[in-house]
Design a protein around this ligand. Structure first.
Ligand SMILES: [Zn+2]
Length: 253
């Protein structure tokens, strides 16, 4: 045990390799070298506690193209997020993979705030605020997205569970930072509400993935064969989630 690490964030050092500046982080939980971009788009290498720093340098030097490609995507996504404008009337939000215009109205005399998905005059999410509403717009939208997510997930489960010959014991909607869905051995499935922001084929894939775990635990070749037998486009959906995870998490910021 390393007493000095107790609960504190690990120290970061700035290094450079092959012209790429990056952050080096050491983690007692890391068993191998990992490279990712942080929330600001900086490359971060995570090393096991006692691995030499030159290992991280070599890792970054080998992956200069990866870093360049991912930073470019990060910059594009960030620019798109900033162009959306602050969360409020007229902001653009991706829902079901399509840009929707957010419209705010004040519902005079209303007791409850309502949110309606109204694509009548172009894709829009209409929020009619009760005058006594005290929640933030982000909180109102998140509550609504959670309900929408539950309905969408349950519709996909109704369609897909019979195809896989399984039945979940319970379904929960959550907001897990690092996973889109999970399945317990007791048959309980959980899904991130943010999946309603993604294209419907992506939500469908995650539902099939978790349902398939009720038949095959773990990610064996047999598991993937089962998933692909139902969703041949599974790899495309997985790639979409890897590439757009950040945008789904920024959605209501
Ligand atoms: Zn899985």
């Amino acid at each position: 045990m390393h007493g000095t690490l107790g609960g504190r964030a690990p120290a970061l050092t700035v290094r450079e390799a092959a012209g790429v500046a990056y952050l080096l982080r050491r983690s007692p939980r890391a068993h191998r070298v990992r490279l990712a971009l942080d929330e600001q788009g900086n490359p971060v290498v995570t090393l096991p506690l006692h691995a030499p720093a030159r290992l991280a340098d070599a890792f970054v030097a080998d992956r200069r193209d990866w870093v360049a490609r991912h930073r470019e995507r990060f910059a594009l996504q960030r620019a798109r997020y900033l162009a959306r404008g602050p969360l409020g009337d007229g902001a653009i939000l991706d829902v079901a993979g399509q840009p929707h215009r957010l419209e705010l109205r004040v519902g005079h005399g209303r007791r409850r705030t309502t949110v309606v998905h109204d694509d009548g005059a172009g894709p829009a999410i209409l929020v009619v605020l009760a005058p006594a509403e005290r929640r933030s717009l982000a909180a109102i939208l998140e509550a609504w997205f959670r309900r929408e997510a539950r309905a969408a997930v349950e519709r996909r489960i109704a369609a897909r569970a019979p195809q896989l010959g399984v039945a979940p014991a319970a379904v929960a909607i959550r907001d897990q930072r690092t996973r889109w869905g999970s399945a317990s051995r007791a048959g309980r499935l959980s899904f991130s509400w943010r999946l309603v922001l993604a294209p419907p084929a992506v939500l469908d894939y995650v539902v099939v993935h978790e349902l398939a775990h009720l038949a095959v635990f773990g990610h064996s070749p047999r598991f993937w064969a089962l998933v692909r037998s139902v969703v041949p486009e599974a790899d495309r959906a997985r790639r979409w989630l890897r590439e757009h995870a950040r945008e789904l998490h920024w959605s209501l910021d």
